[in-house]
Structures are given as C-alpha cells and as structure tokens.
Design a protein around this ligand. Structure first.
Ligand code: TYD
Length: 213
C-alpha cells in the first residue's frame, strides 16, 4: 500500500478569508506535483450537504444546541467515510474547510455545551481521523462580519447568532490553539491577502518537510 496522504483543515470565523487561501494552496500544491482533494464541512458529499441545509436554514431558529452538535457530527461521519478517508488512502492531500475544531468552538464554546462533551459526540464520527495540521485563521469576528456584509452576503442561521456568541466562539478557538500548538497553527488573518498567503505557505511547507524527515 502507498503512503497515506495528509489531512489539513482550515478553521476560523466567517469572513476570515479561508476559502480564497485554500484555493491558492490547492494550486500551489498541484504545481508541486501533489494530488489535492478540496472539500468542506458541513457538506462535502450529497448526504452531508443535505444536513448542511438543515443546519444553516435561518428558519430553523428552534434548533436545540444538542441537536445541532449531533447534526454537525452526523454530517462529518458520512463525509469522513465517503470522502476524506478514501482520498487519504489514495495518498492525496485533503484540504478541508472546517472540521472538528469548528464543532468544539461553535457548539462547545459558542452554544455552551462544553468542549469535552462535543468532543465525545464526535468521537464515533471521526474515529482516529484527526487532522495532521490545522490552520486557524485568527480575526476579530466583528471585522469578519463586516467583510461579509461588504461582499453582500445574506446571513445564514449560524451567522445570525449574535455578537456574544461570536465572542465565545473566538475564545473557544484561541483556547484550542493554545492547547494544541503542534497541530493548530495560528494565521493572523487581519493582514493583506499576500501576507496571509505567506503565513499559510510557510506553515504547510514546514509541516510537509517535517513529516518527511
Ligand atoms: P461555512 O461553510 O464556513 O459557511 P459559509 O459558506 O457561509 O462561509 O460554515 C457554515 C457555518 O457552520 C459556519 O458559521 C460555522 C458553522 N459550523 C459549526 O457551527 N460547527 C461545525 O462543526 C462546522 C463544521 C461549522
């Protein structure tokens, strides 16, 4: 069997510019000869995309936090098995827009379920498939909302959750990054596109190099 690929996730709050940087990274890695699979959560395959619609539907304002945590985990369970693991087993680099750290920060810290409880809910969903490397795009959440508003984006259910919620999510992400500095690399997203790109590239290069020696 060939070498297992690398699993890299992108985390951070809405409007931090993750998607743009992911596309650039995909291109840069492909130019270096890597086979790259780009995907996202919640979603990434038909069943999980249907769960995404339920989660983000602004009309579902009665949704309980526990239900929300299970739905994100259910979408993840399908996505891990149908998309992520097969790609890793083919030796590809998987770039995933959000993964378990989003659940820990949004449901654990933001909704107040607690990080440990949400980790428990996700244990069965992800099994041993933790990311090898996570880039956390750090940005004041209110400037992220501002960036989205400037782009004319309409709010989904999570984005409509309010300023206090976003502050708790931010604190949650920072706590996670502090606790796992080996896996989670902090990218200062409050910089120019070019500057952010340099941070992304050097974190990934450092990781790919380190994991080969
Ligand atoms: P995202 O796809 O980044 O939204 P958009 O396309 O609008 O930028 O993510 C959807 C929302 O879901 C986002 O607000 C974060 C939230 N989320 C959680 O609360 N928990 C999770 O486990 C995941 C993966 C996302």
């Amino acid at each position: 069997m060939g070498q297992r690929g690398y699993f890299i996730t992108f985390e951070g709050q809405d409007g931090a510019g993750k998607t743009t940087q992911m596309k650039r990274l995909q291109q840069a890695l492909e130019e270096r000869g890597y086979c790259v699979r780009m995907t996202r959560e919640p979603g990434g395959c038909p069943i999980s995309e249907q769960i995404r619609e339920i989660l983000l539907n602004i009309g579902n304002d009665e949704m309980d936090g526990v239900c929300e945590a299970y739905l994100y985990a259910a979408a993840r369970a399908q996505h891990v098995r149908q998309v992520i693991v097969p790609a890793l087993m083919r030796g590809e680099i998987v770039l995933c827009d959000r993964f378990i750290d989003s659940s820990l920060a949004y449901q654990g810290a933001g909704r107040g379920l607690g990080v440990e409880r949400v980790a428990q809910i996700n244990r069965e969903a992800i099994g041993e498939w933790m990311p090898d490397l996570t880039l956390y795009f750090s940005l004041d959440p209110e400037s992220g909302m501002q960036r989205n508003a400037t782009g004319g984006k309409t709010l989904d259910r999570m984005e409509a959750a309010g300023e206090d919620f976003r502050a708790r999510v931010r604190a949650g992400f920072m706590e996670l990054a502090k606790g796992q500095p080996g896996r989670i690399r902090v990218v200062d997203a409050d910089r120019s596109l070019e500057d952010v790109w340099q941070q992304v590239l050097s974190a990934v290069q450092e990781y790919l190099h380190l994991s080969r020696t």
